[in-house]
Design a protein around this ligand. Structure first.
Ligand code: HH2
Length: 278
């Protein structure tokens, strides 16, 4: 695997776990909906996460929580473009979390360094929108769409099926001219998976290392952690930090989190114990 992830204007070293801080410019995200719904609030939140140690900030204008409804392209654009423009000089790569090819293009023109697509660039034109740029691509696995994805998801072998899907998406990107050192993959915790599927994927995360690109994991505040702890999303910080550490221990190179400061401190302890420099 490459030792760096090429990400627009940046090259991110992969020899230590990277923190991707979540910035949801939405009224309805499952945890932080409404906290940063106005662009100025979202920019301030992103800058706070960067001060806390975020290596990447991931800006999204459409909730993908189970049961959510899609937003129009105009509305998504209105939410995120001013935020991306304001963050273009923020000092860390800015990622756009979108499934819409047109917005991918506009976001990159506005300064985005990475495109994080929970639909794995399956929309017509999505790969073409990003391939010819220098932006990094994160391919996430999901089954179904947010409205129905948690209605009895079924797999014969969830680990094998998710891994093969991601391997095929990497090859599709490479065929379009995307260098492997611009690619990250994500098993997509909570996206068309039962609680048991999520745990199976986490236990087997090491098997995704063979894909040859960095693995990104997002479990922060998600309902699988509520199921384990019995706590609501606003009380899941400790569980989220624990999940991030387990993911890194199992080989994740990037963790997508709402709580950057807490996760950064926990990762610093983990790195010290593992004999890495602080
Ligand atoms: N999870 C969410 C959104 N984007 N992207 C990747 N690569 N991996 C994830 O696990 C992932 C993601 C959902 O979390 P959040 O953005 O906090 O909530 P919402 O979709 O309700 O805005």
């Amino acid at each position: 695997m490459s030792q760096v992830l090429h990400c627009g204007k940046y090259s991110l070293p992969l020899d230590r776990p990277l923190l991707m801080g979540v910035v949801n410019v939405t009224p309805d995200s499952f945890f932080d909906g409404g906290h940063s719904a106005v662009p100025a609030q979202a920019v301030a939140h992103a800058r706070r996460l960067i001060d806390e140690g975020a290596d990447i900030v991931d800006v999204g204008g459409e909730s993908t929580r189970p049961g959510s409804h899609p937003v129009s392209p105009e509305e998504e654009r209105r939410r995120v473009l001013p935020v991306l423009e304001a963050l273009s000089d923020c000092g860390v790569p800015v990622s756009i979390d979108t499934q819409k090819p047109e917005l991918m293009r506009e976001a990159i023109a506005a300064g985005a360094d990475m495109v994080n697509d929970v639909n794995a660039f399956l929309a017509a034109d999505a790969l073409a929108a990003v391939a010819g740029t220098s932006a990094a691509l994160c391919f996430m696995h999901k089954r179904g769409d947010p409205r129905t994805m948690q209605d009895h998801p079924q797999y014969d072998d969830v680990v094998c099926e998710v891994r093969e899907f991601l391997a095929a998406r990497i090859e599709a990107a490479v065929q379009c001219g995307v260098a492997r050192d611009r690619i990250a993959v994500d098993p997509g915790f909570g996206f068309g998976k039962t609680f048991e599927h999520n745990l199976e994927l986490l236990r087997a995360l090491g098997e995704f290392g063979g894909l040859g690109v960095p693995v990104l994991v997002g479990m922060s505040r998600k309902s699988m952690l509520g199921r384990i702890t019995g706590r609501d999303a606003d009380e899941r910080v400790h569980a989220s930090v624990a999940a991030a550490i387990v993911a890194v221990e199992k080989g994740a190179r990037i963790v997508r989190v709402h709580d950057v400061a807490a996760t950064r401190d926990a990762l610093a302890v983990w790195r010290a114990v593992m004999g890495h420099e602080a």
